[in-house]
Design a binder for this molecule. Structure first.
Ligand code: HEC
Ligand code: HEC
Ligand code: HEC
Ligand code: HEC
Ligand code: HEC
Length: 281
């Protein structure tokens, strides 16, 4: 009997392993073309593009790329530019398998949108997308995210240097203020989750929900439709409140479980002492 209780006690301490849900979800969310194969050998593109024959301003490109979120996520030169990274005969002067070279300013959205499907959709229907397609004006993805030094996106991208190149800052400011409320809540929830995870609570479902909600929310900016963004901010605030409530429940359950484990520990210690005293008699 005693052994069974000890076994139960230890079982109560064990947590299931976390699957890499983020990875799984991203593959679903950003669609297939990117295979996510590990960049073990980096291929002929990088060999040659970091060699002496490259001109100085092109040499910066692989360096920038190595600092980017794309490098971290195994998106390599050929994923954007095409061409075969295993074909030593590749040379950029001559056409070869699927090489698209440098996209034209107007064609950049489709290149990025091959993977960022939801964002491309919103962008194309936006004032920006329409201005780009009809008049070659309007910012493309690279204007706001860069091509090779792409970093994690945030509302800091909206600032009065970048957004006043083509028009006044007024509408951009309103947009940023609307996004801020939701972004603040996302940060708070993310921090709480990190704390919970550190103490070993099971938060996987909540993490998934939060990640999905955040990713969806962040496509909305690309409509650059101030009224829509304001409306959606309300909707996403309530979605996040639901997630917050679930998180609170988990925190309570976790605390209960921890207290119960502590209780068992005390109980077993006392039992141990009693058994010891008993044997001494
Ligand atoms: C996320 C997609 C993406 C990745 C990854 C990427 N590029 Fe590019 N690259 C672009 C886009 C878009 C442009 C054109 C826009 C621009 O820079 O103005 C471009 C432009 C270039 C140019 C022309 C620059 C110029 O000034 O004319 C070169 C050369 C180049 N890339 C090489 C590379 C190499 C080498 C790698 C791998 C180390 C790489 N790229 C990775 C998207 C990418
Ligand atoms: C043997 C060397 C070599 C290899 C291999 C190579 N490149 Fe290049 N690449 C060059 C040189 C040299 C230039 C500059 C040409 C110029 O001066 O316009 C260049 C230019 C480029 C450009 C910008 C000009 C354009 O055609 O649009 C891109 C983009 C590019 N390379 C991508 C790639 C990718 C992707 C791969 C791998 C699939 C690759 N390169 C493999 C040597 C190479
Ligand atoms: C081959 C697929 C692919 C292409 C093409 C691609 N990306 Fe990405 N991108 C990814 C992956 C994978 C990630 C990392 C997962 C994530 O955070 O969404 C990422 C992340 C990003 C992020 C950061 C997202 C965040 O979490 O904050 C930005 C911004 C971005 N990409 C912009 C671009 C731009 C701009 C282009 C075109 C120049 C582009 N991407 C082309 C696959 C791609
Ligand atoms: C390369 C030029 C360019 C840059 C840079 C630029 N915009 Fe625009 N923007 C346009 C054009 C063109 C339009 C469409 C004409 C208009 O409504 O003024 C537009 C329209 C808008 C609109 C109104 C859209 C609508 O349908 O009512 C908003 C909001 C906006 N931009 C926000 C931003 C923000 C935020 C930034 C910075 C992150 C930015 N813009 C950077 C060119 C630009
Ligand atoms: C006018 C500037 C601007 C343009 C143009 C633009 N973006 Fe963004 N992008 C942003 C801002 C600002 C955010 C952050 C929004 C937020 O935090 O709510 C963002 C967020 C993102 C994210 C992160 C989404 C996430 O899940 O965290 C990706 C990926 C992205 N953009 C890709 C693209 C692609 C692809 C294009 C072209 C089709 C593009 N962007 C065009 C400004 C821009």
């Amino acid at each position: 009997m005693r052994y069974i209780m000890f076994l139960l006690f230890f079982l109560s301490l064990i947590e299931p392993l976390h699957a890499d849900y983020r990875d799984l979800f991203q593959r679903q969310f950003i669609d297939k073309p990117w295979g996510g194969a590990p960049i073990v050998r980096e291929g002929v593109c990088i060999d040659c593009h970091t060699s002496k024959i490259m001109k100085a301003d092109y040499l910066k490109i692989p360096q920038e790329w190595k600092m980017s979120i794309h490098y971290k996520n195994k998106v390599s030169c050929h994923d954007c530019h095409g061409g075969d990274p295993d074909d030593a005969a590749v040379s950029c002067g001559t056409p070869h398998s699927g090489f698209v070279g440098t996209p034209k300013y107007k064609d950049v959205p489709e290149l990025c949108g091959k993977c960022h499907v939801g964002i491309l959709k919103n962008y194309l229907t936006s004032g920006h997308g329409k201005a780009l397609k009809s008049r070659g004006e309007g910012p493309n993805c690279v204007t706001c995210h860069g091509a090779h030094n792409t970093q994690k996106a945030s509302i800091e991208i909206i600032n009065d240097v970048r957004c006043t190149k083509c028009h006044t800052y007024e509408r951009a400011r309103t947009m940023k203020q609307a996004l801020f409320v939701v972004e603040k809540k996302i940060t708070e929830l993310e921090n709480q989750l990190t704390d919970m995870k550190k103490s070993g609570a099971i938060t996987e479902d909540i993490e998934k929900a939060l990640f999905r909600t955040t990713a969806e929310f962040r496509t909305i900016f690309h409509t650059v439709d101030v009224n829509l963004v304001k409306a959606k901010t309300g909707e996403y605030s309530s979605k996040l409140s639901l997630i917050e409530n679930d998180l609170k429940k988990i925190i309570e359950e976790y605390q209960f479980r921890r207290n119960f484990s502590a209780f068992l520990l005390v109980l077993f210690t006392i039992m141990g002492i009693l058994v010891y005293i008993n044997q001494k008699k």
